[in-house]
Design a protein around this ligand. Sequence first.
Ligand SMILES: NC(=O)C1=CN([C@@H]2O[C@H](COP(=O)(O)OP(=O)(O)OC[C@H]3O[C@@H](n4cnc5c(N)ncnc54)[C@H](OP(=O)(O)O)[C@@H]3O)[C@@H](O)[C@H]2O)C=CC1
Ligand SMILES: O=C(O)C(=O)Cc1ccc(O)cc1
Length: 442
Amino acid sequence: MVKFTVEEEEKLKHEKTIGIIGLGDMGALYAKRFSEAGWKVVGCDREDIFNTTVDKFKDEKFTVLKNGHYVSRISDYIIYSVEAANIDKIVSLYGPSTKFGAIVGGQTSCKAPEVAAFENTLPSDIEIVSVHSLHGPKVSTTGQPLVLIQHRASDESFKFVECLVSCLKSKHVYLSAKEHDKITADTQAVTHAAFLSMGVAWKSSNQYPWETPKWVGGIENAKINISLRIFSNKWHVYAGLSITNPSAHDQVLQYSKSTSELFRLMIQGKKSELRERLLKAKDFVFHHISETNDLLLDDDILQKYSLSKVPPGGRHPNSHLALLAIVDSWYNLGIVPYDHIICSTPLFRIFLGVTEYLFCTPELLNECIEVAVDDVSFREEDLEFTIAARNWASIITFGNFELYKLEFEKTQKFFQPMFSEANAIGNEMIKTILERVRERES
Ligand SMILES: NC(=O)C1=CN([C@@H]2O[C@H](COP(=O)(O)OP(=O)(O)OC[C@H]3O[C@@H](n4cnc5c(N)ncnc54)[C@H](OP(=O)(O)O)[C@@H]3O)[C@@H](O)[C@H]2O)C=CC1
Ligand SMILES: O=C(O)C(=O)Cc1ccc(O)cc1
């Protein structure tokens, strides 16, 4: 699509108003970046905290209005950046106040309910262009995937939205709502299910992994830092994107099934069956990667990102059930995760990177299979992991937001004291990994 000229863009900045409904982490990020780039931006959060919100953003270049009606009636492009579970309710509330001929979109992580809310509520003169930044609010937007969905809009309107979001310097990915939800079920929902289950397993066996000499080395650092990163965030983001996405249900269920089946083979001592099953899955997922290939990640790169206060001892071989199960479930679902890299989040790339490292380093995979069957030192954690994975799958497929919140917050509380340190180290780790991805791509 031909872009606007500099003069045309300046004219748009002069004429158009951008509205953001929901000034939480992502809404505030967008409002700041758009207004800093010279766009006229208005936004709102919940009406009952209007004064606090005005105060919070008093030094910013955008204007805080009282509620979504005030935002909707004057904005040419409105982004709903609210909790996924409430999208329908909030769009029904403010949708009828949308300015005639405006464009509306949302930032929620699952597009089926968002688009349905727009279609059910907005008059037909309103166009729909949705967005989804595939990263958290604390990650630099530059180079990260930004999904753009031209759901019900002219090319000219889509070009305007694309021109607006170009100030984020993200990598634009063009998808339909359906394609988006299918891919993100894998790159987000299942990735989160794995790390959520690790956190619950550590809590259930009452241990902080950085205090235990069993979890030493780069792969273990990645597991710990990412699990804590997820638990340091808001539960509704993870609950919303998995519960509201039907494709995520099948995938999270398969992840739990793969976990249970592999664990059963381990405790039954069925080593050759386990090996055969894993090698079949490996051939399907990693067939294009030769052992001499430059792998995305390796243990040495991640070695230094440890939360441990004592100098690390030697690496302790691990059964890596969480990593074995993801490859097994990709195989069973017929998913090649590399096809999803266009829609990948930093966490997914790390998950894929450490899994690729495990499966494509033959001595490591072999050691892992040997340990899984012959060494019982990880049995307790593997049992807790299996139970946790099944529990998350039940909660998600039953669509139980309250239970999700309860489980999430119990574990969140357990890890709370370590969050600031884990986030600082996790940020450094993610920066290193993203630099490596960029190097590899170039
Ligand atoms: N965090 C992330 O990493 C990412 C999140 N997303 C998605 O973006 C959306 C927003 O997420 P995030 O910013 O993290 O979440 P936040 O909870 O930080 O932001 C949502 C905001 O919307 C406010 N809100 C609730 N009801 C209304 C209302 N009626 N009118 C105006 N504002 C309202 C909330 O207020 P209150 O809290 O008081 O209810 C809150 O401040 C979610 O759907 C999430 O899935 C997408 C990409 C990344
Ligand atoms: O990278 C991740 O998976 C995160 O945890 C951050 C995140 C959360 C929700 C999104 O819709 C996109 C990114």
